[in-house]
Ligand binder design. Structure first.
Ligand code: FAD
Length: 412
């Protein structure tokens, strides 16, 4: 196994359940396991690598994890997500709450919704106009997603966000205008362990024999004909298969497999975790910021999720991959924009942390879908299986990673 994130540890756990006598080696380049599902504790604050909240569709997967988390305080929270639009806060998703806009803008969105263009969309950008009309698209969906993805939405595949895009048809939008009706988008509740997302990683590590995970030992080469994986310390001969959660273009390079690296583009996300000495806004778990003048696209309040008495924020900024990220300059901008948005008033910053996730959101395009399928199939023919968010070059949740690796373990 290459990579000790959710996918790698998930696969190792499923495999051990099926084949307790077989050895699995999990190579991890980093000094610690967890991948993007990691938690930092500082000055009494608990922060993830970025806002990680969990919506399990399959109760069996959640129960399987929870059985490995005895004594953990896992909260179930009814989501309060907002959008800061032109100085007012409206409920998320935008498209089903246009009636909360000022009357002229509400009418504009409604008229454009009924006059939306028809046809078969060729891109994510076109899909937005054709499904929801110009008003909703240009006020929120387009500026927000351009900020997040740091690319033109016309480059992205129609289905670039899969089930994570909160689709709504005209009937849903109109029905939601009645008082007392609330459409939640993709999920009304989420779960979160009070000890942070890394508790799920601890759950996955629980059943693995000591020595299974080799941290600080990157895979540097995969020889498909000799059936070996090289690391700086050793050469491992694999009997059955290699399962890798490293980014697919990196794996293809390691295996010497010809591929078109230019189709694998993505954004990077800079996350600032910020701890303050006093509470801030109370009735919100996270908020989206479509305005290009505000540096961040999303801010979340851990303190409101966990019921803590000091404001504990994560702040996310999207940038194109390869763009230089000037952390000091961006931290100063973040703090200034938090004040301008009225989130920070007289609270004092007492602790902070930052991390760059690169890649973070991959750009799912027609070309990336085709090349991903081709490269994965070529590797699988040599018993090398590329899985996970970056191994599959896709948009997914940790639950998807567990479902995928369970299916793979069963099929192998
Ligand atoms: C901003 C953001 C927010 C998210 N929010 C949520 C959320 O709220 N809920 C949710 O369910 N999911 C969320 N996700 C998705 C979730 O983080 C991923 O689905 C999950 O962490 C992916 O796990 P993985 O093991 O596939 O990949 P990774 O976490 O990337 O793990 C891959 C591992 O492989 C290692 N590796 C890479 N190359 C090598 C090598 N050559 N040799 C050895 N090791 C190597 C890496 O160091 C890493 O540890 C979010 C993702 C992002 C980016």
């Amino acid at each position: 196994m290459i990579g000790a994130g959710v996918s790698g540890l998930g696969f190792a756990s499923w495999w051990r359940e099926l084949h307790p006598d077989e050895r699995v080696v999990v190579l991890e380049a980093d000094a610690e396991p967890g991948g993007y599902c990691r938690t930092i504790e500082r000055a009494g604050f608990v922060w993830d690598y970025s806002g990680h909240f969990f919506h399990f569709k399959d109760p069996a997967i959640e129960a399987w994890l929870r059985a490995r988390m005895p004594g953990q305080d896992v909260r179930t929270v009814t989501r309060v997500a907002k959008i800061r639009y032109a100085g007012i806060d409206i409920d998320f998703p935008f498209q089903t709450h246009i009636h909360q806009l000022p009357k002229d803008e509400f009418i504009e969105c409604l008229v454009e919704l009924f006059a939306r263009p028809t046809g078969e969309p060729r891109s994510f950008g076109e899909m937005l106009y054709q499904r929801l009309g110009k008003g909703i698209t240009e006020k929120f969906l387009r500026p927000y997603n351009e900020k997040l993805y740091a690319t033109s939405l016309d480059q992205l595949d129609v289905d670039a966000m899969g089930r994570f895009f909160p689709h709504a048809d005209v009937a849903d939008i109109v029905a939601n205008m009645r008082p007392g009706v609330r459409a939640h988008g993709y999920n009304a509740t989420f779960t979160y362990p009070a000890g942070g997302a890394v508790q799920y990683i601890h759950a996955l590590l629980r059943d693995l024999p000591p020595g299974t995970v080799a941290c600080g030992e990157p895979a540097t080469g995969v020889d498909l004909s000799a059936r070996t994986v090289a690391t700086p310390a050793r050469t491992i001969h694999y009997r059955r298969a290699v399962v890798s959660s490293a980014p697919l273009p990196r794996l293809a390079r390691m295996a010497g497999l010809p591929h078109d690296a230019s189709v694998f583009t993505s954004n990077q996300v800079l996350v600032f975790n910020l701890g303050f000495d006093a509470k801030g806004p109370r009735d919100v778990h996270w908020m989206y910021f479509p305005d290009p003048a505000t540096v961040f696209y999303r801010v979340g309040w851990y303190d409101n999720i966990l019921g803590a008495d000091r404001m504990s924020l994560y702040v996310e900024i999207g940038a194109a991959t390869g763009a230089r990220v000037d952390v000091e300059q961006l931290r100063a901008r973040v703090l200034a924009d938090l004040v301008r948005e009225g989130i920070v008033t007289d609270q004092r910053l007492v602790a902070d942390h930052h991390v760059v996730l690169d890649p973070a959101y991959v750009h799912i395009t027609r070309a990336s879908l085709a090349e991903t399928a081709r490269v994965k199939a070529a590797l699988a023919a040599a018993d090398v299986h590329s899985v996970g968010r970056y191994g599959g070059w896709t948009y997914c949740s940790i639950e998807d990673n567990l479902l995928e690796t369970r299916a793979l373990a069963r099929s192998l």
